[in-house]
Design a binder for this molecule. Structure first.
Ligand code: MN
Length: 485
């Protein structure tokens, strides 16, 4: 019998720490997630099933501390009392035995174990977490490179504060009664991370849609660089109360200007404002192109002069994302969040569909149209955006000139789905044959809220296509039409 390869259970993002007697809290370790198969042969597998044992020979210590178990944990490298992600990345990239040995001596890794999935050939995944924790404690001794992850019950807020004071990333909250749900990102595990904040100048706003049609969509944020030049750092479209929206709209009216401080993003329709309003924005990460990701509006700041909103607020944070390898890891984490619905719908032992770990290979934006012989034949139209493929199912196929067809929005797909063809087995989500009907590059003419306009450059299709959301028909329904050239 071949060995069952487990897929790690994932955590959803929660915005705030909380305390609850039905939950336990652990430190969120910023390292490589890894499942250890402590058996013959020993194996240490990354999230995307890459073998890690050659790179971390010191973790073979596990074989002396336990036998016949499968455990879940995080590999970290500690430096000055904190996990150092950069050193860890270098360990992961080492290829030659000599390099591995050199790094092992310089930056030894620690494997922090927080869960047990199997013991003596018996799966434990359906047991409640709190019982698995007990079994783990009885089954694995700690060593010089292997530690059991501490956890506390109930007091999540205090633990979160403590973690931040120690300079750690945050905490993970887990329901005591939760089963180990392989490969899924359910609400039973939540990660709570410290948000960074930045004081930004509101340089303009995009047009609103739906309930915000009469106010604004998102605010365009900027800061000043060393020469005093405005620099765009992204948009914020959430976190507003009704009252804040009306206050902002009142203020906006008086300061509308024709002066353009920086180039807007392709597809944005912007109303520019004089640089007079300052707001505080919380965000998760700074992307490689200097944008605040997952930004959330916190408050308007009345008493800070705009010229004091300078770029060093975020550059300081950027230091921690210095190497390009690390930046792409941050990027990968953000993309993981977007693919959570895609991942949660599929069983990757059963379906040949991609899991979503590959890197983008192409400089240009790609599109793909897949002919999908599912329960009903339809065509899946996918456009690459922000690292994933935005997707629509088009029952009637791509429209001819002058034709309008329905396109139903579906979950974001991973980038490498763009080259997927194959048979999704019976009983799986979307069972049936998938064939690539057309594929190529595209250019964005307009992309905002409920309207998208692109120029496709494929083998079969070339030219302008327009997607417009059908407001009254529910959020997921769009009209797809072929535009005039
Ligand atoms: Mn489909």
């Amino acid at each position: 019998m071949s060995r069952h390869i487990y897929r790690p259970m994932l955590a959803k993002v929660a915005e705030e720490a909380f305390s609850d007697k039905d939950w336990v809290f652990e430190v969120k370790w910023d390292g490589f997630r890894a499942l250890a198969y402590v058996e013959e042969p020993f194996s240490l597998k990354s999230r995307n099933e890459k073998e890690l044992k050659q790179n971390f020979p010191e973790l073979q210590e596990l074989n002396k501390l336990a036998s016949n178990i499968v455990v879940d944990g995080e590999i970290i490298v500690m430096r000055e009392g904190k996990p150092d992600f950069q050193s860890l990345l270098e360990r992961g990239q080492a290829v030659s035995t000599r390099e591995v040995e050199r790094q092992e001596g310089r930056a030894p890794a620690v494997y922090i174990v927080f869960d047990i999935l199997e013991k003596d050939g018996k799966q434990l995944t359906s047991l409640p977490l709190i019982e698995r924790k007990k079994i783990l404690q009885d089954s694995l001794k700690e060593g010089s490179n292997v530690l059991l992850c501490d956890f506390i019950e109930e007091k999540g807020e205090a633990y979160f504060q403590l973690a931040l004071e120690k300079g750690l990333e945050g905490v993970v909250a887990k329901r005591k009664d939760s089963q180990y749900e392989e490969g899924l990102r359910t609400g039973s595990w939540l990660k709570i991370k410290k948000l960074k904040t930045c004081d930004c100048i509101i340089f303009g706003y995009t047009r609103g849609t739906n309930v915000r049609e009469k106010t604004f969509g998102a605010l365009l944020l900027g800061v000043y660089d060393k020469e005093g030049k405005p620099v765009y750092v992204g948009k914020v479209g959430t976190g507003f109360t009704q009252r804040t929206i009306s206050i902002l709209v009142d203020k906006f009216e008086k300061i509308i200007t024709d002066e353009v401080p920086f180039e807007p993003e392709a597809g944005d329709t912007v109303t520019w404002l004089e640089p007079k309003l300052v707001c505080e924005v919380a965000y998760q990460v700074l992307t490689r192109d200097m944008r605040l990701r997952m930004a959330r509006f916190k408050r308007l700041i009345d008493d800070k002069p705009p010229e004091q909103c300078t770029i060093d607020q975020i550059i300081e944070n950027k230091k921690t994302a210095a190497s390009s390898a690390e930046k792409s890891d941050v990027q990968r984490k953000v993309e993981d969040e977007k693919l959570s619905e895609y991942v949660s719908k599929r069983h990757f032992e059963e379906t040949p569909e991609p899991k979503g770990a590959a890197e983008k290979k192409d400089d240009k934006l790609i599109f793909v149209i897949q002919e999908h012989h599912a329960r009903r034949l339809h065509y899946d139209f996918r456009l690459e955006k922000d690292g994933v493929l935005k997707s629509w199912a088009v029952p009637k196929g791509m429209p001819e000139a002058g034709q309008k067809v329905l396109a139903v929005e579906t979950e974001d797909h991973p980038y490498e789905y763009g080259s997927f063809e194959g048979e999704i087995p019976k009983g799986q989500y979307g069972a049936g044959t998938v064939k690539i009907w057309d594929k190529g590059h595209y250019e964005t003419k307009f992309w905002e809220g409920d309207k998208i306009e692109v120029i496709l450059d494929g083998k079969r299709l070339k030219g302008r296509y327009i997607l417009v959301r059908l407001k009254r028909a529910g959020d997921k329904d769009w009209l797809l039409l072929k535009g005039k050239e």
